[in-house]
Ligand binder design. Structure first.
Ligand code: DQA
Length: 142
């Protein structure tokens, strides 16, 4: 199986950004862990990061032809982007929503995910392991 991992806005700054919330491991290290875990599972993983909503939507559209599933951390877009939600619905690929932090233990505006209803499922609150658990889930998905 081929899997695309998408990091949305501000995730390029993980490690530097609010380390008390997001941890002190940088995005390169997280990406190394994703690739290593993917390899263990026999999944071929590509990783994409963008701070732009449209770029994430374009990538989701292109993924339709190439991948068997997607791991998506849409960052703050999670909470209000109907455009990303519609893109997920449009491509009909299983998308696993992930977050480093426990969004339900934080600001009220983070308690809502407008993408959750169109995702296969979601994993949040486990730091980089949220991504690794999402790979486990996609591997098992029929
Ligand atoms: C996040 C949670 C979002 O609320 C926030 O806007 C982010 C990161 C997470 O991974 O915990 O940028 O998606």
């Amino acid at each position: 199986k081929k899997v695309l991992v998408i990091h949305g806005p501000n995730l390029n700054l993980v490690g530097v950004r609010e380390p008390n919330i997001y941890g002190s491991e940088g995005i390169e290290y997280i990406n190394d862990c994703i690739l290593a875990h993917g390899k263990e599972l026999g999944l071929e993983c590509d990783i994409f990061q963008s701070n732009q909503e449209g770029a994430i939507i374009d990538k989701l559209h292109q993924a339709r032809e190439i991948y068997d599933g997607i791991v998506l951390n849409a960052g703050a877009y999670t909470h209000y982007s109907y455009a990303i939600r519609d893109a997920i619905s449009a491509i009909r690929l299983p998308v696993v929503e992930v977050h480093l932090s426990n969004i339900h233990a934080r600001d009220a505006f983070r308690h809502t995910s407008v993408i959750a209803p169109v995702c296969a499922g979601g994993i949040y609150g486990f730091g980089k392991n949220s991504y690794l658990l999402a790979l486990d889930a996609l591997k098992e998905l029929k």
